[in-house]
Every structure is written in structure tokens, then in C-alpha cells.
Design a protein around this ligand. Structure first.
Ligand code: ATP
Ligand code: MG
Length: 617
């Protein structure tokens, strides 16, 4: 199976409050006067280019300080699918303004994950040069020069000042919800004084934390975000992109609107926690448009409710803790809600898209979505395409004692076949051999069967001395067998199940229906079955909201989130390729592990999900 899955052109066209906004903007021609083209960050080129009123531009702006998680899948889907729906462009932008936490490793994994999800159309048409594909991938750090020029402009226009209060003084003087802030004693410095100070900051003449650049807005504003927010800080740290070129770095709240504007984003979509930042976003861009540094109209920010999934944690800090403290085997541990983990676990890009789409886009609240909805989307997308195979996860030997009687010799092998997929004959056939000795599931044999058990159990003697024969089942794609009992191990448990085969009952032959049975069991030949490690994953946390009410999420880790089975699989699986997804009949969907599985060598399969919803249980 290929590992990139481009979203079909016919993907549903969702309607939500954001599409309403876009429809309105397009009808009004809100962005019709804007220009395309030029390298973002270059204000001159920013003014040139071709008008392209019909296009919208969105962006997905991850900070490369960790791996993407399932919440990001929603944001990715929303931004890229809106661009696709409206024939626009979505930018993948690395919001790398904080050198201390960011690393190339994260940039690489984010880029790979967005592609894996099927959105490599950030390599989209360049509107200025028809037919030319242009990579719409950007780094906030490429705009540091512009951001600095904008800061000098803000000072010159009286909209910013350098504050030398201590961090503690600034915190106290900011006030809180009930208390208005207090102006800094440095607030009334002249632009010339401020400019000199900012330049000194930039030249490394002051210690880290000695002073900051702040916007001059309103220390009494009811919105605390408008009480002279910090724009620049001094931080001597090596940046993954700009190295040691800078010792001052822009704050996220200052950098982000500028990034959007330089890239000529039309609709800047983010999660609800940024709602209170919107007034500053608008204030800043209005000032820079006024000053002629940016084009009008500036981008607008729209907020939607973030995705929360039951039994899942999406805080990067907590995910990092799980990795660093060794509670999981790494960022791509198949139990992790990172997209790298979900990929390794076997989740499909199609399922993640379907899930994101179904979870809706709303202005209100941070609703919780049931994990079962993700698994349902997964089964729906896997069932039509996953080839079937037989695998015995908890093997016990079964010996057919009358084999030579029926087939002439103990060494005879009886060919059987099965469709690769029950509804897709074009996917071909699997062929395997039935022999005298097989592996079957240990749980398919019961010495004393509970009521309603239709699989193998031995003959029984009734109180009156009469004997009921052992139960009959069909070996799937093979013959009907009758259970004769089991040999025991020292502990008294069954070690080998004994059976006899009923002649002329082979599946697909006229005699197949001559004996009616209530049970069908799966099996793998002992002569050609292959050993495989099968990893059975369960939810990582036992509680639906692991960190609710300040609970330590580590206290509700599921101790049984991973069980490893030494299984036997049908011979064809020896050639399964890493990331190939299969349905093991009766057991669920599995994927050949993308790291540890080796075709023709060590076989490792991860359970993606069961055949039915088991989250409720
Ligand atoms: P952190 O945990 O460090 O705050 P983050 O998860 O917010 O990080 P970012 O890299 O800042 O990660 O996010 C990139 C984009 O993904 C942002 O636009 C953010 O709004 C969006 N996003 C993050 N989490 C979710 C979520 N659970 N649902 C929807 N969108 C999300
Ligand atoms: Mg964030």
C-alpha cells in the first residue's frame, strides 16, 4: 500500500461558520485589491505581483517544538481543505520564533507528517506563473529582518517603547482582571531614546532580560492582552535557522500577525484560546498598514473550538514528559496520539481526515469527541481495502488423527484458497495448505464449554452413560472436523487438541453443506505458518479526561496498554511490506510495523483496531 494518499478531488465540501465568512468575503471582493507574488518578508516584492482576487490563503503554523498530534490533524485538515475547496493556497509555516525549544528534528517530522496526511499541495500552482509549482513552505524566522524594521517603525510612530522595569515590576504593574494596570516609568521616553535602546538591545549591549520592547497601547484596557504587550525580548540562544545572528527575538503575539500579513494570508484560523489576542492582532496590523509597511486589507483572525479526544492528551509538554520519562517508547510509539504514533499504529490519512471533518467546526467551546468516532472512521476506510489473512494470536496445536486415513499419508498437504477480500474478487486469491497439524486459537477449545460455546469441546458422557460426540466446527476455507479431546500438560491444561476430519466436507465443494456446524474457526498450518510478534494496543489512559481537574495524568496510565503475543501467521504474510495493512480474520485490523517488521525476516504486526467498537467496554 502506498504511504501517501492524496485526498480525492471529490472530498466533501463542508459548510461551517468559516466557509460563511469566506463566501461573504469573496462576494464582497474583500481581498480583490490584494496582490500575489514576491517572497514573503520582502516588503518591496510584497507590493508587486499579480492581482488574484478569487484566491484565498490559509496557513497551518506549527511551532517546531514537538511532534504533531491528533489535534493538529484537525487544524491541518481545516486549513488545507478550505484552500482546496476555494481553489486557494495553504501555507505550511514553521512558527520558529523561540530558539530555545525548536529543533530541526521537529521541522522534518512536521513536514513529513503533513505530506503523509495527503497535503503536499502546499506545493501548489504559482498564480503568477501558470503551470509552475511553488513550494508554499515558510519559516517565521525568514521574516526577522522585517519584524525588526517594523519594530523600529512602531517606535518612531510612538507605538512602542523599551521598558527597563524588572519582570516582577512588569507583572505587578500589569494588574489583573479587577485591577487596571499602571504605566511604566519608561513609557514616556522619546522615540529617539527608545530607538537607541532597541538598537543597543539588538547589538548585544544588554543582558538577557534586562529590558524588553513593548507596544504602547493602554495599561487600563479591560483586555489584559492590550496592556502594552511585549514585542521583543533579549535572549542569547542559537536559532536552528538563523544561528547566532540575533540576540533579540520577537514574541509570538507580535510575530504571528506579521507572518500572516507578509504571506498575504486572507483567513488566519486558530483555536479559541487566541480569541483574546485578536484585538492586538488587529491593532498591530492596522498600525503597520497605516505606516505603509503592509498592504490593506490585513488578514483577519477567526477562532474555532479545539479538538479534544477522549482518553487522549494533546499537550505537547505532557507528551514530551511521556517520552522523556520512558512511559512510552518514543514520539512514534503506537500508543501516542502524535500523528507519527498514529501512523505507526496503522491509522490511515483517510480516517484522520474523515474524523476531522466529522468532528465539525464550531465557534463555541472545546467539545470532547469520543475516541470511538476515530475508530469508526478507521474501520470504514480500512474495511473496503485491507486484504484478509489468517493469524493465530494465542496458538495451540491441533492434530487431525485420521489424516492418513482420509488422504493416504500423514505428509499429504491439501490445497485451500480464499479471496484476498470477500467483496473484491479483483484483489485476487490467497493460497495455503491444510495439513495434519495446525495452529488454532487456544480459546477455540474448551474442556467444559460454557453455554452457547460453539467451537471445539470434547465428547461427554451423560449421567445415563450415553456418550455425546465432541463438537464439530469448520476449519475456515477447509474441512469440518470433530473434536476428540486434548492431551494435557503437567498443569492439567490442554497442550494438543485432537480431532478427526470429516471427508468430503471441503469448503467450495458440493459436500460442504452435508454437515451443519455452528462454529467456524481460523487456523494456520503448522508446516508453513510463520512466527510473528503481534502487538496488541489498548488506550494509554484509563480515564476519558486523563488530566481533568488537575489530576496527575500519569496516575491513570493504563498498565495493560500494550500486550505482546507470539503468534503464527499464514505464509503469505512473510512478504508483507512495512506499513501494509491487513485484516486478520476474527481479530481486527493490523499493520506491519514500519520500523521493526522485515519482509522475509522478523515479522512484527501492530493491531490498529478490533473489528468492532470496544471502547465502551
Ligand atoms: P502547545 O501545546 O505548545 O501550545 P499547540 O498544540 O498549540 O502547542 P502549535 O504548534 O502552536 O501547537 O499549533 C499549530 C496549530 O495547530 C495552531 O494553529 C493551533 O491552533 C492548532 N491546534 C493545536 N492543537 C489543536 C487542537 N487540539 N485542535 C485543533 N487545532 C489545534
Ligand atoms: Mg500553541
Amino acid at each position: 500500500m502506498s504511504t501517501t494518499h492524496a485526498p480525492p478531488e471529490g472530498d466533501a465540501k463542508p459548510h461551517n461558520f468559516i466557509t460563511q465568512v469566506i463566501d461573504h468575503d469573496l462576494a464582497q471582493g474583500t481581498y480583490a485589491g490584494r496582490q500575489w507574488g514576491g517572497a514573503p518578508g520582502d516588503a518591496a516584492a510584497h507590493q508587486a505581483g499579480m492581482p488574484d482576487p478569487a484566491r484565498i490563503r490559509t496557513r497551518f503554523p506549527p511551532e517546531p517544538n514537538g511532534y504533531l498530534h491528533i489535534g493538529h490533524a484537525k487544524s491541518i485538515w481545516l486549513n488545507f481543505s478550505l484552500a482546496r475547496q476555494y481553489g486557494g493556497v495553504c501555507h505550511l509555516r514553521f512558527d520558529d520564533t523561540n530558539p530555545e525549544k525548536e529543533e530541526q528534528e521537529y521541522v522534518d517530522s512536521i513536514r513529513e507528517t503533513v505530506r503523509w496526511l495527503g497535503w503536499d499541495h502546499h506545493f501548489a500552482d504559482d498564480p503568477a506563473r501558470p503551470g509552475v509549482k511553488q513550494p508554499h513552505e515558510y519559516f517565521a524566522s525568514d521574516y526577522f529582518d522585517f519584524m525588526y524594521r517594523a519594530a523600529e517603525y512602531l517606535i518612531e510612530a510612538g507605538h512602542a517603547y523599551v521598558d527597563e522595569q524588572t519582570a516582577e515590576e512588569m507583572r505587578v504593574n500589569r494588574g489583573d482582571f479587577g485591577t487596571p494596570g499602571v504605566d511604566s516609568p519608561f513609557r514616556s521616553r522619546t522615540p529617539a531614546e527608545n530607538l537607541a535602546r532597541l538598537r543597543e538591545m539588538r547589538e548585544g549591549k544588554h543582558a538577557d532580560g534586562a529590558m524588553v520592547l513593548r507596544a504602547r497601547i493602554d495599561m487600563q484596557s479591560p483586555n489584559i492582552n492590550l496592556r502594552d504587550p511585549t514585542l521583543y525580548r533579549i535572549r542569547r540562544a542559537t536559532h536552528h535557522n538563523t544561528g547566532d545572528q540575533w540576540c533579540i527575538y520577537p514574541m509570538y503575539t507580535y510575530a504571528h500577525p506579521i507572518e500572516d500579513a507578509l504571506e498575504q494570508i486572507t483567513h488566519s484560523i486558530c483555536t479559541l484560546e487566541f480569541e483574546d489576542q485578536r484585538p492586538f492582532y488587529d491593532w498591530l496590523l492596522a498600525r503597520l498598514v497605516e505606516g505603509g509597511l503592509l498592504l490593506a486589507p490585513p488578514p483577519r483572525q477567526y477562532e474555532f473550538g479545539r479538538l479534544n479526544v477522549g482518553h487522549v492528551i494533546t499537550s505537547k509538554r505532557k507528551l514530551r514528559q511521556l517520552v522523556e520519562e520512558g512511559h512510552v517508547a518514543g514520539w512514534d510509539d503506537p500508543r501516542m496520539p502524535t500523528l507519527a504514533g498514529l501512523r505507526r499504529r496503522g491509522y490511515t490519512p483517510e480516517a484522520l481526515r474523515l474524523f476531522a471533518e466529522r468532528s465539525g467546526v464550531t465557534k463555541t467551546g472545546n467539545a470532547w469527541t469520543d475516541y470511538a468516532a476515530l475508530d469508526a472512521a478507521l474501520r470504514e476506510t480500512l474495511d473496503p481495502v485491507a486484504p484478509r489473512a489468517m493469524a493465530v494470536l494465542e496458538p495451540i496445536k491441533l492434530v487431525i488423527e485420521n489424516w492418513a486415513e482420509v488422504f493416504g499419508s500423514d505428509g499429504h498437504l491439501e490445497p485451500c484458497h480464499a479471496p484476498a477480500h470477500p467483496h473484491h474478487p479483483e484483489m485476487g486469491e490467497r493460497r495455503f495448505m491444510l495439513g495434519k497439524e495446525l495452529w488454532i486459537e487456544r480459546t477455540d477449545y474448551e474442556e467444559t464449554p460454557p453455554k452457547g460455546f460453539f467451537r471445539l469441546y470434547p465428547p461427554r458422557q451423560a449421567a445415563d452413560g450415553s456418550i455425546t460426540p465432541g463438537n464439530k466446527v469448520r476449519l475456515k476455507y477447509g474441512y469440518v472436523i470433530e473434536c476428540l479431546g486434548a492431551t494435557k500438560n503437567e498443569a492439567g491444561g490442554a497442550s494438543v487438541v485432537r480431532a478427526r476430519l470429516l471427508k468430503d466436507t471441503k469448503s467450495g465443494t458440493p459436500g460442504a453443506d452435508s454437515v451443519k456446524v455452528k462454529g467456524v474457526i481460523t487456523w494456520v498450518g503448522a508446516h508453513d505458518g510463520l512466527p510473528a510478534e503481534v502487538r496488541l494496543y489498548d488506550r494509554l489512559f484509563t480515564e476519558e479526561q486523563p488530566d481533568a481537574g488537575g489530576r496527575d495524568f500519569l496516575s491513570v496510565l493504563n498498565p495493560a496498554s500494550l500486550k505482546t503475543a507470539q503468534a503464527v501467521v499464514e505464509p503469505g504474510l512473510g512478504q508483507a511490506q512495512p506499513e501494509e495493512r491487513l485484516q486478520f480474520e476474527r481479530h481486527g485490523f493490523f499493520i506491519a510495523d514500519r520500523r521493526e517488521h522485515q519482509p522475509g525476516g522478523r515479522l512484527v504486526f501492530n493491531r490498529v483496531t478490533g473489528l468492532r467498537d470496544s471502547w465502551g467496554k
